[in-house]
Design a protein around this ligand. Structure first.
Ligand SMILES: *Cc1c(COP(=O)(O)O)cnc(C)c1O
Length: 400
């Protein structure tokens, strides 16, 4: 049985590289190293690292593996899901025209270049969907308003210059008022344009192809537990057009041999992964944390399902002033202890954060519970009532 959670944390490499130990209860965050890579992927990467390979052949084999795992006709591995989105946009514009591929992104003469998406789907994931479109030379066209899209607003905005529609599946999209993927795909297909789905952070590798997507992009380093990478799956001709972008705008987004082999091994491992066993361990962690917080004044902790229906629950912690903390102050207190505990805090300004159990090493659930109890039993720290800042001062000082 493939193991996910039995990898040791805090091995000596952290010290060699000068990295402090951290506990990740925020989810599959690229900025925290995304996920615990499955041992099968690590082994395949080490095995292929010293070999020479013909990359077209390796990617051909990866295509077959991705097709098997997704139900799509073909697939490829690229450097990241963000890169996969850029490739997909370039592909629907150029098709297999090699000179057009050379000319992107600024010269789109003779190509359809509008890419349509629902306004509430223009999410950020480090950068944003609209920048991914522009990076490939496309022009983003937003259908509807931020909070609602009606069918006619998509339908009538598609014109002779529209190359494709992009549909985003993510917790960060507006979660109401949007067209569903089957509705979106039906309108696009009736107008003869393909549908690209950004499913970077989704668990179900078959659903979106089944719902009518022509190209789907997944992240290899999120739920899959593979190396830093993106997977593109879809119709064979479109996947080939994506692959050809390695000669163009996607050259800097390419996957090397170790990444491709690692993704293939992770997909093999996915099929025999003990998904139910992992979920049971996650549920035990959530219940432990919920019990630890029960009866604490000003704290309401409840177990939430994932907003895009991934098979994953999280502990939602609502923090009111009676606790002596703001949500941000409590999250900051957890992050400034030893070891730092990084929570899912992107909505702290709303008085809420989550503990995500999908990236725990053995023993860490208990460390989190103990720390929570200690924090509530101690005096409130100076920053307990801090409010969130959106400061960029830290990153602008990097590398100091
Ligand atoms: C994480 C994410 C991405 C980017 O994925 P990377 O593989 O880290 O480039 C794109 N879109 C969504 C919705 C994501 O969640």
């Amino acid at each position: 049985m493939a193991s996910l959670i039995n990898t040791p944390s805090n091995t000596p490499i952290r010290e060699r590289l000068g990295l402090r130990p951290i506990i990740n209860v925020s989810g599959t965050m690229t900025t925290l190293g995304a996920s615990i890579m499955v041992p099968e992927a690590i082994k395949a990467m080490a095995e292929i690292a010293p070999q020479f390979v013909e990359i077209d052949d390796l990617q051909r084999a990866a295509s077959a593996t991705i097709a098997r795992s997704t139900g799509a006709e073909a697939g490829l591995v690229t450097g990241s899901a963000a890169g996969g989105i850029v490739m997909a946009v370039a592909a629907v514009m150029t098709g297999d025209k090699l000179l057009a591929i050379d000319r992107l992104p600024l010269d789109t003469t003779g190509l359809k270049s509008e890419i349509i998406l629902q306004h509430g789907h223009n999410v950020g994931y480090g950068n944003s969907i609209d920048q991914a479109i522009r990076l490939a030379g496309g022009t983003p066209i937003f259908a509807g308003s931020v909070s609602a899209t009606q069918a006619y607003q998509l339908d009538e905005a598609i014109n002779a210059n529209t190359a494709a529609g992009i549909y985003v599946v993510a917790h960060s999209t507006i979660s109401y008022g949007m067209l569903t993927l089957p509705e979106f795909a039906a309108i696009c297909h009736a107008k003869g344009i393909p549908v690209i789905v950004d499913a970077a952070s989704e668990y179900d590798f078959r659903r979106f192809i089944a719902e009518g997507a022509d190209l789907v992009i997944y992240s290899g380093h999120k739920f899959l537990g593979g190396p830093t990478s993106g997977l593109v799956a879809g119709r064979k001709g479109l996947v080939r057009s994506c692959y050809l972008q390695n000669r163009g705008v996607a050259r800097g987004m390419k996957a090397g041999k170790e990444t491709i082999a690692g993704v293939m091994a992770a997909l093999d491992a996915w099929e025999i992964r003990d998904h139910d066993g992992i979920r049971a361990k996650e549920s035990a962690a959530l219940e432990l944390w919920q019990q630890t917080l029960a009866g604490r004044p000003g704290i309401a902790a409840k177990i939430n399902p994932d907003p895009t229906a991934n098979p994953l629950d999280r502990l939602e912690i609502r923090v009111s002033a009676k606790s002596g903390f703001t949500a941000y102050g409590l999250a900051t207190t957890l992050a400034s202890g030893s070891p730092p505990i990084m929570v899912r805090g992107h909505q702290a300004e709303r008085g809420v954060f989550w503990l995500d159990p999908c990236n725990l090493h053995p023993g860490e659930a208990n460390v989190v519970a103990t720390r929570l109890a200690e924090i509530f039993d101690a005096e409130r720290p100076a920053n307990a009532m801090a409010t969130p800042t959106k400061s960029t001062a830290g990153i602008l000082k990097w590398p100091d």
